[in-house]
Design a protein around this ligand. Structure first.
Ligand SMILES: Nc1ncnc2c1ncn2[C@@H]1O[C@H](COP(=O)(O)OP(=O)(O)OP(=O)(O)O)[C@@H](O)[C@H]1O
Length: 238
C-alpha cells in the first residue's frame, strides 16, 4: 500500500510585476497584467510505497521544495491530489513551528504537540531530545537568541524522536556542522531501516544517492526521470 500518492498535481504562483502603488495604478490604467502565473509544478504524478527512500532531485527552481510542501500539507495543489497515509513530519524550513519568545524547552513541547505527541510521550523523550540536540546549556534560553544551527539541532531532534511514518527532509541538513550532519544521517538511516518512508531534497548528490534508492528528477516543474537514484544523479551530472 502506498504511503504517498501524488496524482497529476499542478501548482502555480503569481509573479508580481509592480513595485509601488503608482506603478500598480499606471499598469491598471494601461490594462497591463499586474501579475502573471508561473507554473512551479505541471502535471506531476508518482506513488511512494511504505519504507521507500526517495530523493527529489533537480536544479534550482525546478519545484522540489514546492513538491515537499505539498506532501507535508503546508501548500495545497491548484489541481490534482496529494494523499498521505500515516503521520508526516517535515523538516522543511529551519525553525518553522518555533515560537521565538519561548525557550527551547517550551518549544520542544509545542513542536511535539504539533507533531501529534501527548505531553506524557514528550516527557518520556524529553531528555533524549535534548541530549541529541547537544544544546542542553541553552535549553531555557528563548530561541530568538539561537543561531540557525542551534535551531536546526532542536527542530531535527524533536522530529526524529516523534512517532512518524513519513519523514520529509529539505536541504536543512546543510545548516548543521559536519559532526551533527553525520549524526543526523546515521539517525535517518536507522529510521529508514525501521521501515519509515523518507523523502529527501538535497543538492548533495553523493549523500542522496547513498541514502535513497530511488530518485525523482524534476525539470521545469515536471518529472524528467523516476528510477534508481544513481541513474537520476548521473542524469543531473550529464
Ligand atoms: N511563494 C511563492 N511565490 C512565487 N513563486 C514561488 C513561490 N514559491 C516558489 N516559487 C517559485 O517556484 C519555483 C520552484 O521553487 P522551489 O522552491 O520548489 O524550487 P527548488 O527546486 O526547491 O529550488 P532550489 O533548488 O533552489 O531549492 C521557483 O521558480 C520559485 O521562484
Amino acid at each position: 500500500m502506498p504511503r504517498i500518492i501524488v496524482d497529476d498535481v499542478h501548482k502555480d504562483f503569481k509573479l508580481r510585476h509592480t513595485h509601488s502603488i503608482k506603478e500598480t495604478f499606471v499598469a491598471a490604467l494601461k490594462r497591463k497584467p499586474l501579475t502573471t502565473d508561473f507554473h512551479a509544478l505541471s502535471g506531476v504524478g508518482f506513488e511512494i510505497g511504505e519504507g521507500e527512500s526517495v530523493a527529489l532531485l533537480g536544479f534550482n527552481g525546478s519545484g522540489k521544495s514546492t513538491m515537499l510542501k505539498l506532501i507535508s500539507g503546508v501548500l495545497t495543489p491548484d489541481e490534482g491530489k496529494v494523499l498521505t497515509r500515516g503521520r508526516v513530519a517535515g523538516l522543511i524550513e529551519v525553525g518553522a513551528g518555533f515560537h521565538p519568545d519561548l525557550s527551547g524547552r517550551e518549544n520542544i513541547y509545542l513542536n511535539a504537540a504539533i507533531l501529534g505527541m501527548t505531553k506524557k510521550e514528550t516527557d518520556e523523550r524529553f531528555d533524549e531530545i535534548v541530549e541529541f540536540s547537544e544544546i542542553s546549556q541553552f535549553i531555557d534560553t528563548e530561541v530568538k537568541h539561537y543561531s540557525s544551527g542551534m535551531f536546526l539541532r532542536l527542530a531535527f531532534s524533536v522530529a526524529i524522536h516523534t512517532e512518524v511514518d513519513i519523514l520529509l527532509i529539505d536541504e536543512i541538513l546543510s545548516v548543521g556542522d559536519e559532526p551533527f550532519q553525520k549524526k543526523c544521517l546515521a539517525r535517518i538511516r536507522e529510521l529508514h531501516s525501521q521501515g519509515k518512508t523518507l523523502v529527501v531534497v538535497s543538492h548533495d548528490l553523493d549523500m542522496v544517492s547513498s541514502l535513497c534508492e530511488r530518485g525523482i528528477l524534476l525539470r521545469g516543474g515536471a518529472i524528467a526521470f523516476d528510477g534508481p537514484s544513481k541513474e537520476a544523479v548521473a542524469l543531473m551530472r550529464a
